[in-house]
Design a protein around this ligand. Structure first.
Ligand code: ATP
Length: 304
């Protein structure tokens, strides 16, 4: 490849899959004649510091899941470093939008000699709640309400629950405790929704939460974000709606609004849990998300 490359390896991703499969990937990089500098990072902060300190012009490959991509995203965007995603995480929502499954790296490496393709990202700011506000970038998307609260409830699940059982426990706990909260959603300055909402997500990629197809119309190169609002749904309606979101068939549901634009703003009457690319940001009252068209130069994916 034309530019020098740093490989960020998150050995914990995918429950240790990245660590287990690294020797195979290393062999493949060697076979492709790709030379690189290894950043064997122990934390997101360490990865970001190491990538930020690379000389200008270096590209970055992430070996991990969505969290690993997110860890280096500020440097990728602000320092305009080309990004190669090698998916070894659990959910790999961004990679799946690119048509890659976990462990599939040959397809990505095969496209390395093609020019980088600019794809959209999101700039996120939030605040107004009991936890500190802030700013972040996102490639997949952000969510407020049910899915963020479910993520916040996961650590409360009993120790005997694992994997899907843990998610089920957290989903039921969230369902028992959560009521739709009054929310106003603006898209490009015009009101998209006003009323009680169970969940509101703003997306760039197709899926969130490890394969939930919130955004079936996702296009990473259209310069637009998509907003999904699940409005005043009863407890009984939530489980079938979750099943529909899983396969991207919620569009057209009477309680769901789905629209595309450039800037989305959410204003809740009470603080509601927020996640950015699955990373919890606490309870917040307002959220602003702006699409950054073509902000990430993606390596290895010549066509959408
Ligand atoms: N660059 C990094 N180096 C070390 N640890 C990281 C790095 N980036 C994130 N982490 C930590 O490792 C955890 C797992 O990483 P990651 O999210 O990539 O994998 P995953 O959770 O298995 O996959 P996914 O997020 O796609 O479901 C993150 O939640 C975060 O705490």
């Amino acid at each position: 490849m034309a530019v020098p490359l740093a490989v960020v390896l998150n050995r914990t991703a995918g429950g240790g899959r990245a660590a287990r499969e690294w020797p195979r990937l290393r062999g493949e990089l060697h076979a492709w004649g790709v030379s690189y500098r290894l950043i064997d990072s122990a934390s997101p902060a360490q990865a970001l510091a190491a990538v930020s300190a690379l000389p200008p012009g270096w590209a970055v490959a992430t070996v991990g899941g969505d969290g690993t991509v997110a860890s280096v995203l500020p440097a990728v965007i602000e320092q305009q470093r080309p990004l190669l995603v090698l998916p070894f995480g659990t959910g790999n929502d961004f990679a799946s939008t690119l048509g890659l499954r976990a462990g599939q790296f040959r397809e990505a490496l095969a496209g390395l000699d093609a020019p980088a393709r600019p794809v959209d990202a999101l700039r996120v700011s939030y605040g107004g709640g009991p936890q500190p506000g802030g700013q972040a970038y996102s490639l997949n998307g952000v969510g407020m309400g049910f899915d963020a609260q479910l993520t916040a409830n996961l650590p409360l699940a009993p120790a005997w629950t694992q994997g899907p059982a843990r998610y089920l426990w957290a989903a039921l706990a969230t369902l028992r405790a959560m009521q739709p909260q009054p929310c106003r959603v603006l898209l490009d300055g015009a009101e998209l929704y006003g009323g009680p909402a169970m969940l509101c997500s703003v997306l760039n990629a197709r899926s969130l939460g490890g394969g939930f197809q919130f955004n079936p119309d996702a296009k990473l190169t259209d310069g637009r974000l998509n907003v999904v609002v699940a409005g005043d749904v009863s407890r009984r309606q939530v489980p079938p709606l979750i099943a529909q979101v899983r396969i991207g068939k919620h569009v057209g549901h009477p309680a769901v609004r789905y629209a595309a634009g450039q800037v989305a703003e959410l204003h809740w009457e009470q603080p509601v849990q927020l996640h950015v690319d699955g990373d919890l940001k606490g309870e917040q009252v307002w959220l602003r998300v702006e699409v950054l068209p073509g902000a990430v130069a993606l390596l290895g994916f010549p066509e959408e």
